[in-house]
Design a protein. Structure first.
Length: 363
């Protein structure tokens, strides 16, 4: 095999001009390989759900709900392939049998934090949001420590917490919760202002910003479980920003049902107060991303961009011929886009195994 060597065969005074000629072509070389490379779904197989991807220092970090009940971090140079990657376990809860749900890895104020739902008692009603902080500010695969619960004084059921860092300079916590322990079958979306990355203001009251009911109090049927219709579900809130617009994508219907889907809402303008329920508009007539003939259970997405800025949605789903339920969920990703008004528009759910254009990656 021949190798290009800068040595006696190439005069030294030609090296610098040659490099000057090659350097402008490197982005084109990168684009060529990202556009010709393909990938297929799933990007992570085998009972992984609630995927969250953080891009940091030219690396993508994936934190899904893990089948072993721990918090694991997968890393990759591209967001469309984590197959074969071994996770680094960064935190083990006191009880792994009840699992850690929907861990989200965020970088705030130069530190890494993971927001996750942990069952603190004997029943599912005891599940609360916790904050973990990384022990290494430069490495999100290093161990994390539990800083405890994050929530309002009423301390009700809470899962799927995420963070909105608003252009007004304030930071907000948004999560899925229930009205009370006695009323434990309906999940709403709540918001409160954060005091620190690991706490809310002591006087904070949770505000409902969306529910699975119509304004007249009747059920929005497509947001309720089809297999067990006592469950109304709004969960998995995720923030998408585009220019000065802030959108919130959430999941509805039961996560164990094929009808699981993504729905769209957003702030009415850039100066609207996120704590005011009237500041939010919502598209309640139909979901924006839902089951197809081949792929069902499509929900709990996170949103990121590849190395060239192309937006991607990463979600969990399962094949339509697989058994319905949590253990069939796999991590998948697809491109999405924005319309002329800057509103997110979503594709149809693609079947597993279909070749798609590869995402631009790093290295």
């Amino acid at each position: 095999m021949k190798m290009l060597v800068f040595g006696p065969s190439l005069p030294w005074f030609l090296v610098k001009p040659l490099l000057a000629l090659v350097a402008p072509l490197l982005p084109l070389w990168h684009s060529y390989f990202s556009s010709t490379r393909t990938y297929t779904n799933p990007i992570l197989e085998g009972n992984h759900a609630d995927p969250w991807i953080l891009q940091h220092d030219n690396t993508y970090y994936l934190t899904p709900t893990m089948p072993d009940g721990t918090v694991g971090v997968f890393r990759s140079g591209t967001l469309d392939n984590f197959t074969g990657v071994l996770p680094r376990t960064v935190w083990v809860p006191p009880n792994t049998t009840t699992g850690v749900w929907a861990p989200e890895l965020h970088r705030i104020g130069g530190e890494f934090y993971i927001y996750c739902a942990v069952q603190d008692g004997y029943e599912d009603a005891d599940r609360r949001m916790h904050v973990l902080r990384g022990t290494d500010a430069q490495d999100p695969t290093a161990p994390f420590i539990d800083l405890g619960q994050i929530g309002t004084a009423d301390s009700n059921y809470a899962i799927d917490g995420t963070v909105l860092q608003h252009s007004n300079g304030n930071t907000y916590f948004i999560w899925s919760g229930k009205e009370s322990r006695a009323l434990g079958t309906v999940q709403y979306l709540y918001i409160a202002e954060m005091d620190t990355p690991y706490s809310l203001y002591p006087e904070s009251q949770r505000m409902v910003i969306h529910s699975p009911y119509w304004p007249n109090g009747t059920k929005n049927e497509r947001q309720w479980s089809t297999s067990n219709p006592v469950y109304g579900v709004n969960e998995g809130p995720q923030i998408v920003t585009n220019n000065e617009r802030t959108f919130l994508i959430y999941s509805a219907c039961g996560s164990w049902d094929p009808c699981y889907s993504l729905w769209l809402m957003g702030l009415k303008n850039s100066t609207a107060d996120p704590l005011d329920p009237n500041s939010w508009w919502s598209k309640d007539d139909e979901p924006v991303f839902f089951a197809s003939e081949d792929t069902v259970g499509t929900g709990h997405a996170s949103f990121s961009r590849d190395a060239e800025g192309v937006p991607y949605m990463t979600y969990h789903a399962w094949d339509s011929d697989a058994p319905a339920g949590w253990t069939s969920r796999e991590v998948r990703t697809q491109r999405f886009d924005f319309d002329s008004e800057g509103i997110p528009i979503f594709p149809s759910a693609i079947a597993a195994g279909v070749e798609l254009p590869g995402a631009a990656g790093y290295g």
